[in-house]
Design a protein around this ligand. Structure first.
Ligand code: ITT
Ligand code: NA
Length: 199
């Protein structure tokens, strides 16, 4: 089955490719469709933004499209950066800038518990979308640790492994992350969602 991953984020794309390597998907991403304009993320929730990305691209390509809208939620910062995780420090902010801003905002008096959310939407023009969500809980460190991963991984400490997500290999992160938990749910529900359609 042809599957377009509706993302420009190379970190996400690597994780999808590794997690789905044993499944019969012919995966492409938005980099293979340079004519498609970026979909504005005007929603107010992860699900709304994930739906916008997947359903818009599915209509335009008439294909199966999978999107991920994800982010880091810090309850003591009123759930920031949340759906604004990619642009926390500004419209074209780098991961570096976003991590610096998080360290500035999360002053020493505040609780450092946080969680990642990944909402996945699988869309096709003639079907009701399949929506799943995964989460993982951790804590925000006061300085970066590790070089792997992307985004907030160097600051996201995961107590069960006593490491940050940036200290995990791609394979290790894919056994515990929010995105891998969401992918697991998606795969569980996929046969039923596809029905008599071919994989
Ligand atoms: P696409 O919309 O093209 O997929 P994006 O990076 O703009 O790419 P989002 O709007 O979903 O995607 O923003 C997700 C941001 O949340 C991402 O840029 C990171 O800053 C953060 N994030 C999500 N998953 C993460 C992970 O596994 N590790 C670290 N940070 C993550
Ligand atoms: Na978003």
């Amino acid at each position: 089955m042809k599957l377009i991953i509706a993302s420009h984020n190379q970190g996400k794309l690597k994780e999808f490719k590794q997690a789905l390597k044993d499944y019969p998907f012919e995966m492409t991403s938005l980099s293979d469709y340079p004519e498609l304009k970026p979909v504005p993320e005007t929603g107010e929730t992860f699900e709304e933004n994930a739906r916008l990305k997947a359903e818009t691209i599915a209509e335009l390509t008439n294909a199966y499209v999978l999107s991920d809208d994800s982010g880091l939620v810090v309850p003591s910062l009123n759930n920031a950066p949340g759906i604004y995780s990619a642009r926390y420090a500004g419209e074209n902010a780098s991961d570096e800038d976003n991590n610096d801003k998080l360290l500035r905002e999360l002053t020493s008096d505040l609780n450092r518990e946080a969680y990642f959310v990944s909402c996945l939407v699988l869309a096709h023009p003639h079907k009701e979308s399949l929506v799943v969500e995964g989460r993982v809980e951790g804590e925000i460190l006061t300085k970066r640790q590790g070089k792997e991963g992307f985004g907030y991984d160097p600051l996201f400490y995961y107590p069960p492994l006593n490491k940050t997500f940036a200290e995990l290999t791609l394979e290790e992160k894919n056994t515990v992350s929010h995105r891998s938990r969401a992918i697991e749910k998606l795969l569980e529900e996929l046969p039923n969602w596809l029905g008599s359609d071919e994989l």
